[in-house]
Design a protein around this ligand. Sequence first.
Ligand SMILES: Cc1ncc(COP(=O)(O)O)c(C=O)c1O
Length: 364
Amino acid sequence: MKFINQIEPVFDEKEKNAVMAYLNSGGWITEFNKTRELEAMMASYTGSKFCSIVANGTDALIAALLAAEVKSGDEVIVPDYTFVATPNAAELLGAKAVFVDVDRKNFCMDFECMKKAITAKTKAIMLVSINARYPNNIMEFVELCKEKGIILIEDAAQSLGSKVGNKQIGTFGNMGTYSFSSPKIITSGQGGAIVTDNEELFEKIKMIRNFGRVNPNPYSDRYLVKGWNFKFTDIQAVIAMEQLKKLDARVARRKDMGKLYYRLLGELKWLELPETNFNNSALCAFDILCEKRDQLQEFLRQNRIGTRSFYPALHSEPAYNYTGNFPVTEYISKRGLWLPSSNNLINEEISYVCEKIFEFGKTR
Ligand SMILES: Cc1ncc(COP(=O)(O)O)c(C=O)c1O
């Protein structure tokens, strides 16, 4: 039996043919019309007025923060439990990432902790819909930010295709960002997107991603702002477009996979299945919490099953070394495990993973 990876990218002839057709067309590989087509598709899919495609999800966060005019001396509130790109984006612009603890139910930023962290220096809040979950009171975040004049950036890197009711996650804030890196529900290897309904922010992002050029033409040398090179490539765009066509089917399949895991593991008292609304969330990775996480991970590895531990509590990583009280993040970081979650995972593999988890429970 082959090793079951925790996650792997999935593509077929559609992507291969699209790349060949693009190369045969004589395109210049770098971003151009195909990237603009992908932007239109992403705007339409998410129900946003504007979409800007950039090289990766981290650049998407940096572009959003720059468009929000976040700079040295500003504070940006981020959850302690997230992928490190979220606080890095703020701190690498000279702002201070102010970590707050997460909600025990959905692992997203805790609303009350966030409220307490707001100061006169707070410029932006980065609400991470971690693993396609979201705060139940997401509208309270939106309203509070409006009332206080704080920019709300949704880091929806892990949530493309998941919704709150009928509205796509990533479209509640002033800007929302997504990632197309390899572990995501759709991928072009690398890639990122920023969506917004605000034309002014969109126009700023168009300059920021392209050296600060007023006119996107590469021979145009008029610079209104200082910008970066966050550009994508058309070769990735044709792959991303094929993947985007598969997104709805993947969302539906992931919901079914999640329900199957929950049904098979539901009776085990020694592990916790985080609360999940499968009507809305297509989990990026199927997760469990348990005391003997590291032993379980090793046992599964010996049985040819790949898993990944949750992210650490970022405030205490050497890169940050901030002090504070983050009991929920610390609790889940030590116990959380992502189980196999690839788009091509079959039900028999899920059953095998669950059997092995049962077996581990009997022996320890
Ligand atoms: C929550 C979150 N934010 C940001 C990123 C960064 O995206 P990328 O890897 O495309 O730079 C990721 C990617 O894993 C992520 O999970």
